[in-house]
Design a protein. Structure first.
Length: 312
């Protein structure tokens, strides 16, 4: 049988069989032997949204064995530092919803830039959502949001508390498979509980000391729309988004506003961080490229270059 992964913990996976009635319980599946050998180095070989083949267990009703993962259209992943392996948070998405908040936790363009990089590398369309807009949006944050709009990203403002923008967001997401991703405490689960009638995701308090979330959601979970197909995946918030699978020398291609200047620098192998005659730095100086975006690029470039030096 073919099915969709709804969630997985400790290598037990909840699977909805294709064509199964909504009222039926999910299949409780395990992984068959070494079938996923080629993805063994991943933190989690299966993630919500994955399409799998599974064989129902003839002796145990409702249980089964997963025999294969179907090829992924795309995946949203991060680098899991503790385990030194890639961790997929959601797979086979039509849209990545990058949830942010303006004040608590504070707006973090650094996180957005990294998430947009990972999405762009998977050709995954992204929507920027600013939740908690009942807390007000500073002029500085508005300026930063305008930078993303200029880059072609949609920015949607909403608030779970005031209800502003929630039904519009629901309309935009229905029929699609999307994932809510972002830092801990921005209100992903709160938002999902407002968007989805069946969602009763636990919502957490912010730590008063650090003004950030406490990692309330600790594994990804798929919620299917009742009609029209697709669904929403709630994901655990991360404090820092570690990127992977990209070389420092390739990073500039993932910054769309750099593209017109690439190939025009004085040096062939320009890092666009310090070289004289750099066309990107010139565009930065003349205000065409936003300093924050360049700053995040330069930091990430150093990080990737440093990691490469350690490996070689
Ligand atoms: N003022 C305000 N508070 C909100 C809003 N949405 C959520 N919150 C609060 O923000 C806190 C964190 O919400 P969660 O939904 O748990 O955040 P999360 O993004 O799921 O966090 P993790 O699961 O840790 O990644 C809770 O105390 C919510 O009540 C909003 O629109 N406005
Ligand atoms: Mg949550
Ligand atoms: Zn350059």
């Amino acid at each position: 049988m073919r099915g969709t992964i709804y969630w997985g913990i400790n290598n037990i996976f909840a699977v909805r069989g294709e064509g199964d009635q909504e009222s039926l319980p999910l299949w409780e599946c395990r992984l068959k032997g070494k079938v996923l050998k080629d993805v063994e180095d991943e933190y989690n070989p299966l993630s919500p949204g994955d399409q799998v083949d599974f064989e129902p267990d003839t002796d145990h009703r409702g249980k089964g064995m997963i025999s294969a993962r179907r090829p992924r259209v795309n995946a949203y992943s991060r680098w899991n530092k503790k385990r030194s392996s890639p961790q997929t948070l959601a797979a086979n998405l039509d849209l990545l919803v990058l949830v942010t908040s303006p004040l608590s936790p504070p707006f973090r363009p650094r996180f957005l830039d990294r998430a947009l990089l990972m999405a762009g590398r998977e050709d995954l369309p992204a929507l920027i959502v600013v939740n908690k807009c009942d807390q007000g949006i500073s002029e500085d944050t508005e300026d930063r949001l305008a930078v993303y709009q200029d880059l072609g990203y949609d920015v949607h403002l909403c608030s779970v508390v005031s209800g502003e923008g929630v039904s519009e967001l629901k309309e935009q997401l229905s029929g699609l498979t999307s994932a809510l991703v972002g830092q801990s405490g921005v209100g992903k689960s709160s938002l999902l509980n407002r968007l989805h009638v069946d969602s009763r995701q636990k919502v957490g308090e912010l730590s008063t000391k650090h003004n950030r979330g406490n990692h309330t959601t600790n594994f990804s979970l798929y919620f299917p729309w009742l009609t029209g197909g697709g669904g929403v995946i709630d994901t655990p918030g991360v404090r820092e988004l570690e990127v992977f699978g990209i070389q420092a020398s390739q990073l500039a291609f993932s910054w769309p506003e750099f593209r017109p200047y690439l190939g025009q620098c004085g040096f062939n192998l320009c890092s666009h961080t310090q070289e004289p005659g750099c066309a990107v730095l010139k565009a930065l100086e003349s205000g065409i490229i936003h300093p924050d975006r360049w700053d995040n690029y330069a930091k990430l470039y150093q990080e990737l270059a440093e990691a490469e030096r350690q490996w070689t």
